[in-house]
Structures are given as structure tokens and as C-alpha cells.
Design a binder for this molecule. Structure first.
Ligand SMILES: Cc1cc2nc3c(=O)[nH]c(=O)nc-3n(C[C@H](O)[C@H](O)[C@H](O)COP(=O)(O)OP(=O)(O)OC[C@H]3O[C@@H](n4cnc5c(N)ncnc54)[C@H](O)[C@@H]3O)c2cc1C
Length: 463
């Protein structure tokens, strides 16, 4: 498909060489991370200001052409692909850090700033932004997927850490969803409506974020367990007894094996918890001792604690390469990551259920989890050219989602719905899905904002 000529001319006049219908730009924005098929847009635009985004949206609306926002393209559910063609808005050149306000412990950034770029900028201030989805995602993409990561158990997700957004609506109007006050009871909460909307309601161009002081002391550790149940029960009990880890992550034995092979490490190939405590030196020491006592009572052993930054980073590198290492086990494989999240007490049962499903699965797989939040992933190394394998993984994923929903959990704790999770929306939300449809119809009446995402087609709504 191509864009209507009049629109292409308008966009070329507006953006110059920051508008292109070239093949390689289109292919680079086809949403190919993970297992979903490539679906390239018809053209790509690289705006540099909110006003330009507004002008582009007005032009696209007039021509009735879909618009798909694109950050770093690291989302895992086909969230940023273009199944109906249209214009991709690559936000990465909107990368200005607009303001840092140490006195308010907040900042305002453009949507294309990555979390690593923000933290590099903050290095000398003693402040940092904690939300960390393994990939170096843009803050716009993270807001749009309501992302989280390893330290959400302490600092919360994007939901807790965004104060306000500047959004361009489908009509091309520029709005701000809130002021910077830490609390407000003034009307509907538009900030949280746009958070997690995956570009289906409007384009986020600026974000005001909470910042945090760097902790005085930090201590990280790994320890191994005889099985998945004792590891996950330790994680749950740690939270229940009031420990406040900054991070608490689980990798199963197979995952550690994959990481060892990928990174030439020599970690014990057993079910493993990674934890980190922060605070005052005494507070950290106290939490470490309590955690060790609890873990030992559940069969935990082989504790390795790391205090200095370099040693901690070495330890955490295993967790950060877990996805890539799993996929690398099989040449030519693509990753498929499940993403259920359940109330904490249901976590051990759900991980056990996943383990049972995996027992007969011929596809290499690892379990890794943000277990302090009740969220875990099974990552499969899928052969993209084997339809039977794809069908099998879809079935296993559906079973994990059904199990999570039976515990009042969700089909996606952090990756978003995109294309892959639409089929579960009716079961998860019931009649509330109709309210979501009405919101979508009110804010994007022509269905031009990232169409074909989040909400399932009406005929598939009831399962
Ligand atoms: C190895 C690996 C590990 C990961 N681990 C985690 C994890 O621990 N936690 C987690 O939450 N995620 C994780 N992810 C997924 C991914 O990093 C997140 O979904 C991230 O938030 C996507 O940001 P992005 O900039 O790449 O957005 P993209 O992938 O470019 O876009 C994501 C969605 O947001 C929309 N969008 C992007 N920018 C805007 C904007 N400015 N306005 C409106 N809509 C917009 C897009 O249209 C799309 O629907 C991981 C991914 C990988 C590859």
C-alpha cells in the first residue's frame, strides 16, 4: 500500500527529509521484536516537536490514514506494527530532556528520551528514574505500555511514576492530562487513561516523571533452591513478612543453564532467586539477615552477596541476559514471552502450573519472573517456520492465562495487549470491555490511532 499522494506531499512539505516512504525505514518499523509477523507501515515520519505531531495527525485525519507511534520498537506483542498500513510516527528524535527539578524530585522529558539517556543525564544530581524494562526503551513507549521491570516491586511501575502527560489527540489537539502536583482530585484521571493505551487513543509527546534519590547502601544476592515452589514461596513470604526488596527476581534452572552457555558463566544450575535491598547500611543489613533466614528455612543455599556496584552489576547481568540467552539456545529462533501476573499468594501455584505444562513441551523454554510483583514470563525459543510449534505455544499460553484469570490475575502484567493478548480481553474484563470500546470511539471516532491493537474486533469480543 502507499499513502494517498496529497497526504504524502503535505507531509514532505511539513517534514522535508524527515518523512520517507523508503523500504528500509518501513521495514525497520514493522514490529518484528518477538514472535509476531512483520507488518510494515506505508511511510515513516520523524517529528521533532509536539506541534509537528499535531500537524501530522490533523493531515492524517483529513486523509483518513492510520497513525502508529513508534519508540524503540522493543515491545513484545506486535504493539507497534502496522497491520492496516498507514504512517509510522517514529518518536525517537523527540529526545530533549525539557526540565529536571531536583527540588520537586521530578522531571519532564520528550517521549523519545530513553530511560538510559535520562539516567545518564541525571548521574550528577544524586537522583534517578527507576523503572527499568530490560530493553533501553523510550519513556513514551514505556508510558504507552504501562511498563515495569525488575525494581517495580519497590518503586512501582509507570502507573505510579508518571505525574502528567502531554498528548496529541486523534483530532490533532494538544492537551496536558494533569499538572505536576503529587496528588490531585480534579476530575477524571486522564493521565492513567492514556498510560497503557498503546497509542490507540493519542500520541504522547512529553512526560513528567517522579525521580528518586540514590540509595545510601545497596546489597544484592543470588541464592539457589531445590525447586521452583520453594523459590517462589520464599519470594511471597518475604513480601508477606514485610521485607521491602528493591528487586526480587526468579530464574528457573533451565534459564540459568541457558545464561551460563550464553555468557560463559558458571552459576549453579538450579532454581534461583535474585534479590536486592536498599536503604541505610543498618536497614540493609537487617533485611539481608531476615531474608537469609527465611530462604534457608525454605531450602535456599549457596548465597552470594554483592555490595560494590561492579559486583552487583555482574550478578544482575545474568538476569538481564535471560531473554536473549533463552532464545539463543536455538539458532534462528524467535522469542515468545508469556506475561501473566497474579495476586501474590497465587504465584507459587501458577508457576507450578506452568512447570507442569512445560514438562512435555519440545520447545526450549525458560521461566523468569518479577516474582515480588506476582508477574512471571515463560520465554520460548520458537522456530518461526514451524506452524505446529506456533499453535502449540498459543495453546500453552492460553492455558497459563486461564490459570491466571482463575486466580483473579491478568493476561499481561507489563508487556501490553498489542495484537497477541486481544483474545483474552473479553474473559479478563467482561462488560468493562464495552466501556473501553466506548472510550476508544469517543477519543478516536475514525479508528485511526494504532488500529487493530488492544481491543479485539467486535465479533471476537466474547469468548
Ligand atoms: C529483552 C527484553 C526485555 C524486556 N523486559 C521488559 C520488562 O521487564 N518489563 C516491561 O514492561 N517490558 C519489557 N520489555 C518490553 C518493552 O521493552 C516494553 O514494552 C517497552 O515499554 C516498550 O517501549 P518502546 O520504546 O520500545 O516502545 P515501542 O515498542 O516502540 O512501542 C510500544 C507501544 O507503545 C506505543 N507508543 C510508543 N511510543 C508512543 C508515544 N510516544 N505515544 C503513544 N504511543 C506510543 C506504540 O504504538 C506501541 O503500541 C522487554 C523487551 C525486551 C526485548
Amino acid at each position: 500500500m502507499t499513502l494517498p499522494q496529497t497526504l504524502a506531499g503535505q507531509l514532505a512539505d511539513l517534514l522535508g527529509d524527515r518523512f520517507t516512504e523508503g523500504r528500509s525505514d518501513r521495514d525497520n518499523h514493522a514490529g518484528t521484536e518477538a514472535h509476531h509477523d512483520a507488518m510494515p507501515p506505508d511511510a515513516v515520519a520523524y517529528p521533532v516537536s509536539t506541534e509537528e505531531v499535531a500537524a501530522v495527525l490533523r493531515a492524517c485525519r483529513e486523509a483518513q490514514v492510520p497513525v502508529i507511534a513508534h519508540g524503540a520498537g522493543s515491545s513484545l506483542e506486535g504493539n507497534a506494527s502496522a497491520p492496516q498500513g498507514g504512517l509510522c510516527l517514529d518518536m525517537t528524535r523527540m529526545d530533549r530532556i525539557v526540565a529536571v527539578r531536583p527540588e520537586d524530585m521530578d522531571c519532564t522529558v520528550e517521549a523519545g528520551v530513553t530511560r538510559e539517556a535520562l539516567n545518564a543525564h541525571l548521574r550528577d544530581t544524586g537522583l534517578f528514574f527507576p523503572v527499568d524494562p530490560g530493553a533501553n526503551a523510550t519513556l513514551g513507549g514505556m508510558a504507552a505500555t504501562r511498563a515495569s521491570g525488575t525494581n517495580a516491586v519497590h518503586y512501582g511501575t509507570m502507573r505510579e511514576n508518571v505525574l502528567s502527560l502531554t498528548v496529541v489527540t486523534a483530532e490533532g489537539e494538544i492537551i496536558r492530562t494533569a499538572r505536576r502536583a503529587r496528588k490531585s482530585s480534579a476530575g477524571y484521571d486522564l493521565t492513567h487513561l492514556y498510560l497503557g493505551s498503546e497509542g490507540t487513543l493519542g500520541i504522547i509527546t512529553e512526560i513528567s516523571l517522579r525521580l528518586y534519590g540514590r540509595p545510601e547502601a545497596t546489597m544484592a544476592a543470588i541464592c539457589t533452591f531445590p525447586d521452583a515452589t520453594s523459590a517462589s514461596e520464599t519470594a511471597v513470604e518475604a513480601i508477606q513478612m514485610g521485607l521491602t526488596p528493591a528487586r526480587m527476581e526468579y530464574l528457573d534452572a533451565g534459564c540459568i543453564r541457558a545464561v551460563n552457555a550464553y555468557s560463559q558463566r558458571n552459576d549453579t544450575e538450579a532454581d534461583t532467586l535474585f534479590v536486592e535491598f536498599i536503604g541505610s547500611p543498618e536497614g540493609v543489613r537487617e533485611q539481608v539477615a531476615l531474608f537469609e533466614e527465611l530462604a534457608s528455612a525454605n531450602g535456599g543455599e549457596d548465597f552470594r552477596w554483592a555490595k560494590e556496584e561492579e559486583a552487583r552489576n555482574r550478578l544482575w547481568r545474568a538476569r538481564h541476559t535471560a531473554y536473549t540467552a533463552t532464545v539463543a539456545q536455538r539458532p534462528g529462533a524467535r522469542g515468545w514471552a508469556t506475561d501473566v501476573c497474579v495476586p501474590l499468594s497465587a504465584l507459587p501455584a501458577c508457576i507450578d502450573h506452568a512447570k507442569t505444562l512445560l514438562a512435555d513441551c519440545p520447545v526450549p523454554a525458560s521461566i523468569m519472573g518479577h516474582v515480588g510483583d506476582g508477574n512471571f514470563h515463560v520465554v520460548f525459543a520458537m522456530d518461526p517456520d514451524a506452524p505446529d510449534e506456533r499453535a502449540l505455544l498459543a495453546k500453552l499460553n492460553a492455558k497459563m492465562v486461564a490459570e491466571a484469570l482463575s486466580h483473579e490475575g491478568t493476561c499481561t502484567g507489563e508487556h501490553g495487549v498489542g495484537i497477541g493478548k486481544q483474545k483474552y480481553m473479553a474473559d479478563e474484563h467482561g462488560p468493562a470491555l464495552d466501556i473501553m470500546r466506548r472510550v476508544k470511539a469517543a477519543l478516536d471516532p475514525d479508528n485511526l490511532m494504532n488500529p487493530g491493537k488492544v481491543l479485539p474486533p467486535a465479533q471476537e469480543a466474547r469468548t
